[in-house]
Design a protein. Structure first.
Length: 87
């Protein structure tokens, strides 16, 4: 959990880069990206979520559209997102 909306994306990116630099990014990536998840992300208005999703990361805050927040929650519940940074 972080204190600001902007910090959700920034923190997720920092964690993602740390995992990459340590050679551990595969621990966070979903074993298989489901077709429904890909299609839902293509329709998402949230560019930041689309950028970090394939590494297994997501962000969630009140400034996102309700549909995108619900999508993040579903992706996390289903193991498509393994690290969810939230306010």
């Amino acid at each position: 959990f972080v204190h600001s909306r902007k910090a959700t994306y920034t923190s997720a990116c920092n964690l993602m880069e740390l995992a990459r630099s340590e050679g551990k990014i595969d621990l966070f990536q979903p074993s298989k990206v489901e077709t429904w998840a890909k299609k839902a992300l293509e329709r998402s208005a949230n560019k930041e979520l689309r950028e970090i999703f394939e590494a297994g990361f997501g962000c969630h805050h009140a400034g996102m559209l309700r549909a995108d927040r619900s999508l993040c929650e579903k992706l996390f519940r289903n193991g498509q997102i393994r690290v969810l940074v939230c306010t």
